[in-house]
Design a binder for this molecule. Structure first.
Ligand SMILES: Nc1ncnc2c1ncn2[C@@H]1O[C@H](COP(=O)(O)OP(=O)(O)O)[C@@H](O)[C@H]1O
Ligand SMILES: [Mg+2]
Length: 320
């Protein structure tokens, strides 16, 4: 039983963890568009493939699945999640399970406007979101929101082009310059990350790991500490089940005065997942069980509190 990881980039640890889980049953194959993606070289075998926007991309991945006798596949980058979900059937026809959420949920997770709409319609705490200057100005005038506000791209990632704006002039300058920006109520609180696995067979939330983010760097959690709160676990479970996510997801949450606000979802392994794994939340093994037809037992919060993660740089040396 072999597993395929797409667009591995610098996610070396994720490849290593999959190899550990699949050690006895098969190989882990990795792909990336660049031969300089270090995580490629952690896999049993790897392929340098066209970019995901290339017309022949999916066919190339399907070919690799056939040649390598792949049972399950997932991607580690946002723009590829919808593409995989869209082609789920093609993979199923050759016996490959796509580990991921539905096309609609991948699209909703990518678009902060759609996510806000869903969250507010379903009664979840979230940052009030304004998609244009007019609605923001009237909300400010009515006292619904006040400065500072948080401005970011509606379909952004990796914290690119985010800003905290303290006045109308700044928001106007930003939003007039780029129509795809949104303005949000500034959430002033503790940032939290959750790594969640939703069983592919039972559709139950079987594992949740939560951490307080201590230091952020270049859009990623640089230092964090594990913690547990039953209230948060219940909220995550309710949200994930109501929305219908499946497989691995990563959720950004804010805590303000004891209340939790859902900020965004990445329906994939997040950059901070090694923290969860090293604390005992082995989601690769949950995936392996599912691929073998075994439903996982619910085991939420199976880790210790107060365990810190500190990221640091590594280098890989290879011949060209
Ligand atoms: N409404 C907000 N209030 C305060 N900080 C925010 C808000 N939205 C985002 N941020 C900060 O910006 C970072 C990136 O925003 P996010 O919505 O997670 O976008 P992405 O990760 O897709 O770039 C977050 O991790 C958080 O630190
Ligand atoms: Mg984020």
């Amino acid at each position: 039983m072999n597993f395929l990881l797409l667009s591995v980039g610098t996610r070396n640890k994720v490849v290593q963890y999959f190899r550990k889980a699949f050690n006895k049953v098969g190989d882990v194959i990795a792909t990336d568009a660049s031969p300089l993606a270090p995580a490629l070289y952690e896999a049993d075998r790897h392929y340098v493939v066209p970019r995901i926007t290339d017309a022949g991309y999916i066919d190339k991945i399907l070919d690799i699945c056939k040649v390598e006798k792949i049972s399950g596949v997932l991607s580690l980058i946002d723009p590829e999640l919808s593409l995989l979900a869209e082609n789920k059937e093609k993979f199923a026809q050759i016996g490959v399970t796509v580990i991921g959420s539905s096309y609609e949920l991948c699209e909703m997770s990518l678009d902060k406007r759609l996510m806000f709409k869903w969250l507010s319609e379903h009664g979840y705490n979230c940052a009030k979101t304004y998609t244009d200057l007019k609605s923001l100005s009237s909300a400010v005038a009515e006292g619904e929101v006040s400065f500072p506000v948080f401005v970011k791209p509606a379909r952004g990632s990796a914290s690119i082009a985010i800003s905290k704006a303290y006045d109308t002039q700044t928001v106007e300058l930003l939003m007039n310059h780029d129509k795809d920006l949104i303005a949000q109520e500034f959430l002033n609180g503790q940032e939290i990350g959750a790594d969640v696995y939703i069983d592919l067979i039972s559709h139950e939330v079987v594992s949740i790991f939560t951490k307080k983010k201590l230091v952020m760097r270049a859009g990623e959690t640089d230092k964090a500490v594990s913690f547990k709160d039953e209230k948060l676990f219940c909220l995550i479970e309710r949200f994930v089940k109501e929305a219908g996510f499946t497989g691995q997801i990563d959720i950004d949450i804010f805590e303000i005065d004891g209340e939790y606000y859902i900020s965004e979802v990445n329906p994939r392994f997040g950059g901070g997942y090694p923290h969860a794994y090293e604390c005992g939340c082995d989601h690769m093994n949950l995936i392996l069980n599912n691929l073998q037809g075994i439903a996982n037992e619910k085991n939420i919060g199976a880790y210790s509190e107060g365990i810190c993660m500190m990221k640091y740089n590594e280098v890989m040396i290879s011949e060209k």
